[in-house]
Design a binder for this molecule. Sequence first.
Ligand SMILES: [Zn+2]
Length: 329
Amino acid sequence: MTVPADHIVGSTGECQNYAQTLTPTQMSRWQKAQSVKEPLQIVTLDEALNASKTKSKTKKTWIYKADNVRDFAWTASRRFVWDALPTMIEGKKIMSMSYYAKEAYPIYSKYSTKAVAHTLRTYSDFSFPYPYPVAISVEGNQGMEYPMISFNPGRANDDGSYSEGAKNAAILVIIHEVGHTFFPMIVNSDERQWTWMDEGLNSYLQYLSQELWDNKFPSDGGVPSAITDYMKLPKNQLEPIMTNSENINNFGSNAYDKVATGLNMLRETIVGRELLMKLSALIQDVGHSNRRHLQISSALLKMQQVKTLTGFGEGGFIVQMPVILQLIQ
Ligand SMILES: [Zn+2]
């Protein structure tokens, strides 16, 4: 990417030429950031504010390399603060990083990179180790995911204050969008066909990550009580989870929340936590060995053979079946 010389670039992949693109001060901070325990600012707020006052007439080229990606995205601005924190996943160092302007500074400097690092740890525990060298949160208008880089909201008020809701919304979206690097950027399902395979699995792991971030986190997706209004809709307004993405009537409730809630109930009530960890392993095997999306649902159906789960896989995902309760005695 060839950009004005005063811009800072963030991208999918690893930068190959920081020696040419960073100032000596930034370069020494980047080297120091390789072993810090708290996010370290490679570009500070004062430097970003200074850089915003003028416009460079020269240009610099930033070179990135990424392996095993199906897409890429990048960002550039002279207004960016940039911080980084090394995150160890199974002995491998990943650089968790954030890029944000002054409007997001109060929230992002405290929480963004820590939320990225937290997401890498929790998702790696519940599914498979994060395989990429970097994970990035960029402050933007709304949440959107790409391999290794995501764009998330999180601006403070003009006076620098922010509500608990704004803080939690930023953390929630950062966890969700960074989580998408696992599903569908690595487990390569087709989101245009089957929304639940990325959004549903991701929302489930997002819920678990929020609980581990703060067990008082105001989660709603994934909590059974939060989905009752949707589940009691007239039956002709409900669809199986295995509904093509373009035909889903109630997108968020069907493909995100119902899947997250169902898997959460499976984990907490029906089969228990140990067996559901195996489901994650099964999804991983299926995702890596055979990239056909329907294989993931067969992984769910295999679960039924592990333990008798009448109605869960087929009733919850393939058709729209009611809950059947029976009094034995
Ligand atoms: Zn999503």
